[in-house]
Write a protein that binds this ligand. Structure first.
Ligand code: AMP
Length: 249
């Protein structure tokens, strides 16, 4: 069974995001970048399916600038077998990413495509769903458990107020939620080995997809600075402040 995993390059989740002075975008100068955390979970799930003898090949795909090679190499160090970079310097919206992924899916014909449920930079939560619509594949979004058996994937989904289990005919699309697994760290020997694993580069034109931008960012603003907290000496003082200063009780 072949698994395609989509890994997005985003600002590391530990970094405090700065907005550019002209408010046109987030400032990426000298900022540490990483694999989107939900995509790390997607890689981990694919690797676990390979370790169980269910998957035979894992392909990590990233779309964006040449720098995305770094995140593909990380996925290779975590256990993916080969990588594909769809290189573009354009800003890629979710629909364009979904169209490009659909073209990769058409070429590679994976049995399972695993994506993160959401990118932590754009917070779209759209790509997996759009890919499912474009490719006509079944989708199991917000997965907290995945099992594959007899040509079907059983996906437990985290829905409002509980869990829902769906059975998907393969090929299918799964998007990962936080509780699906805890990703491993890449070991130094595996980081070294990953440097020799195959990594193909394609352009959107190679895949026959035109990169169009139907969305423009008008303005980006940082959240308001929070004022500093204070320490209170007693419960009585806390209640007095909640009543008379904060006026919340
Ligand atoms: P989004 O719909 O942008 O919130 O992203 C959901 C998931 O789609 C991510 O976790 C990735 O698995 C995948 N994805 C989105 N953009 C890219 C990209 N540029 N490269 C690779 N995967 C992506």
């Amino acid at each position: 069974m072949k698994i395609l995993v989509a890994v997005k390059r985003v600002i590391d989740y530990n970094v405090k995001v700065r907005v550019k002075a002209d408010q046109s975008d987030v400032d990426l100068t000298n900022v540490k970048m990483a694999i989107n955390p939900f995509c790390e979970i997607a890689v981990e799930e694919a690797v676990r399916l390979k370790e169980k003898g269910i998957a035979t090949e894992i392909i990590a795909v990233s779309l964006g600038t040449k720098a995305c090679q770094e995140q593909i190499r990380t996925a290779l160090a975590l256990g993916a077998d080969r990588g594909i970079l769809v290189e573009s310097d354009e800003r890629l919206g979710a629909l364009t990413v979904a169209k490009l992924l659909k073209a990769v899916v058409d070429e590679e014909k994976p049995d399972l495509v695993i994506l993160g449920k959401q990118s932590i930079d754009s917070d779209n939560n759209q790509t997996g769903q759009m890919l499912a619509a474009l490719s006509g594949m079944a989708q199991g979004t917000f997965a907290s458990e995945v099992t594959v058996e007899d040509g079907k994937a059983s996906v437990t989904r985290e829905v409002d107020g509980g869990l829902q289990t769906v059975s998907l005919s393969l090929p299918a699309i799964v998007t990962t939620d936080l509780r699906l697994n805890e990703p491993r760290y890449a070991s130094l020997p595996n980081i070294m080995k990953a440097k020799r694993k195959p990594l193909d580069t394609k352009t959107p034109a190679d895949l026959g997809v035109e990169v169009t931008n139907s969305l423009t960012t008008v303005k980006v603003t940082a959240p308001e600075e929070r004022s500093a907290g204070i320490k209170v000496a007693s419960v009585e003082e806390l209640i007095e402040k909640l009543k008379n200063e904060a006026k919340v009780i």
